[in-house]
Design a protein around this ligand. Structure first.
Ligand SMILES: Nc1nc2c(ncn2[C@@H]2O[C@H](COP(=O)(O)OP(=O)(O)OP(=O)(O)O)[C@@H](O)[C@H]2O)c(=O)[nH]1
Length: 212
């Protein structure tokens, strides 16, 4: 079957248990929100195709379990990640404090080229807020990451944050993307030439047939 996309991009969601990683992913890929919390066991993934500057990018998003007991399993997925979305919960101070630990794990296990963004989820819960937007933004700046506050519940900034993470991965792999597009162009050009040649041959054959 013909490929429906040009490039595959792998993102990984990391953060404490309960910050809303699964809900963010389901909101992005299935436009759904579930208010119950069923902890992810190990890892799970979902896919979505995005059009970024005319390139069809198949984004594979790995949702990891935030619970400590699954960390041996989830760390095995860091190595293959191209982009990381660190998530904390704006109503949960410890989840914000733990971003440092998630980031140092990534430094240890993920490739150097990996692109990272920071997300403070549950921005709809203004009354229960424990982490200000300013603190989130400052932390992101200290890690040189882009920062988003999101709500899987109200669908605020969900698509924007996943799309931005994908764009950063594409930019970091620009040379590979350009090479791929060049080879695609070459292929299309060759196919067009072949087609043209084919129709000329047919014309010639037709002429020959006519001349006889
Ligand atoms: N108010 C509000 N609640 C949210 C939001 N996102 C998630 N939740 C709730 O937070 C709880 C945990 O969400 P999950 O997506 O299961 O959390 P998780 O980070 O995947 O948790 P683990 O799988 O254990 O790592 C659920 O009860 C969700 O309904 C949000 O944006 N706003």
């Amino acid at each position: 079957m013909a490929k429906q996309y040009d490039i595959l991009c792998r993102l990984l969601l990391l953060g404490d248990s309960g910050v809303g990683k699964t809900c963010m992913l389901r909101r992005f890929t299935d436009s759904e929100f579930d208010s119950s919390h069923i902890s992810t066991i190990g890892v799970d993934f979902k896919m979505k195709t995005l059009d970024i500057d005319g390139i069809k990018v198949r984004v594979q998003i790995w949702d990891t379990a935030g619970q400590e007991r699954y960390q041996t399993i989830t760390k095995q997925y860091y190595r293959r990640a191209q982009g990381i979305v660190f998530v904390y919960d704006v109503t949960n101070e410890p989840s914000f404090q733990h971003i440092g630990k998630w980031a140092s794990d990534v430094d240890e296990y993920a490739p150097d080229k990996v692109q990272k963004i920071l997300v403070g989820n549950k921005s709809d819960e203004e009354l229960g807020r424990q982490v200000t937007k300013e603190r989130g933004s400052k932390l992101a700046e200290s890690y040189r990451m882009e920062f988003f506050e999101t709500s899987a519940s109200t669908n605020s900034n969900i698509s924007e944050s996943f799309t931005r993470a994908t764009e950063l991965v594409l930019r970091a792999h620009k040379r590979d993307v350009d090479n791929l597009l060049v080879s695609l162009d070459d292929y299309l050009e060759k196919a067009a030439l072949e087609e043209e040649k084919g129709s000329r041959d047919t014309e010639n054959t037709t002429q020959r047939t006519c001349a006889c």
